[in-house]
Design a protein around this ligand. Structure first.
Ligand code: NDP
Length: 271
């Protein structure tokens, strides 16, 4: 029987996940379907129960249900626990297992596809929301020389510094504390680019050969990437690669097969 998967959220019409997983299934010859599921804002648990009762094997979870997904799991991965949010559910005889593949997706896109080494690098992470929280553990496990956090609301960044202090060299502050500092990798995990806003970043932020990475993606370079280009970043990347790489990580959790992300990213970009 064909195995059923899907992505659940509200809204969900914009999701690229059905297209991405259909491409992975074709590429790997896996016998599966993958649908977009719109859950009512007050009906997430019921929608998941109905999906499981109909034989569903796994779900991706998107806005605004990632925290509720974490609450309904019988068991969670370490990276889902530290992120405090679940974007992947797997259902089997032992129950519902929750994972968070965002951080692994970011690290895979930076190291494998873009060929940038995070080990020993000076890394700056902008933002302290859900996306930032999800990638800190995976970034620290790459053993950077330092992981600097900067956020508009400084207290949120300081909270994350405290949470992850035992995991590696992490320090947090506001944007004004970045003056005079240079980084090899700068990751934008704020949603400022979505609104076309420019972050108050000082000049001289980018070391020679530095990578600027925006988790936001779109048809055109984001405001953050435009600013990075103008202020000396050598390599620019948006979050489309992360989107496909986190999907590949979910696919691996469900099917035990790793799809090749490069052709899928290329086709998405072209379309
Ligand atoms: P949250 O709402 O949880 O956090 C938003 C963050 O952006 C906060 O740190 C907030 O700062 C900051 N921010 C918002 N507006 C501004 C501004 N004008 N100036 C400075 N900082 C600002 O969102 P998420 O963390 O869930 O998502 C962040 C972005 O990452 C989204 O755009 C999302 O689309 C993207 N994303 C991409 C993924 C991918 O696969 N490519 C995966 C996950 C997320 P403050 O705390 O001060 O409010």
């Amino acid at each position: 029987m064909t195995d059923r998967y899907g992505v659940i959220g509200n809204p969900i019409g914009h999701s690229k996940s059905p297209w991405i997983h259909a491409a992975f299934a074709r590429q790997t010859g896996e016998d599966m379907t993958y649908d977009a599921i719109l859950a009512p804002l007050d009906g997430f648990d019921a929608a998941v129960r109905a999906f499981r009762a109909a034989g569903g094997r796994g779900l991706n979870v998107t806005v605004p249900f990632k925290l509720q997904a974490a609450a309904l799991c019988d068991d969670r991965s370490e990276r889902a626990r530290e992120a405090g949010a679940v974007n992947t559910l797997r259902f089997d005889a032992t129950g519902a297992f929750g994972d968070n593949t965002d951080g692994a997706g970011l690290v895979a896109d930076i190291t494998r596809r873009l060929g940038v080494t995070l080990g020993g690098a000076r890394v700056l992470l902008l933002g302290a929301g859900g996306a930032a929280r999800g990638v800190i553990g995976p970034l620290l496990r790459e053993r950077p020389a330092e992981l600097r956090l900067a956020n508009r609301t400084v207290d949120k960044a300081l909270d994350l510094e405290r949470q992850f202090a035992a995991e590696g060299p992490i320090a947090a502050g506001g944007y004004d504390a970045l003056a005079g500092r240079a980084f090899d990798v700068v990751v934008n995990a704020t949603s400022a680019s979505l609104a076309g806003l420019v972050l108050p970043l000082p000049r001289g932020l980018y070391a020679p050969r530095a990578l600027a990475y925006d988790m936001v993606y779109g048809d055109r370079p984001t405001t953050f990437l435009e600013q990075a280009r103008a202020t000396g970043a050598a390599t620019l990347a948006d979050g489309l690669g992360m989107l496909v790489a986190q999907a590949a990580e979910s696919f691996w959790l469900w099917r035990g097969v790793r799809p090749d992300t490069a052709p899928v990213i290329a086709r998405l970009r072209a379309s």
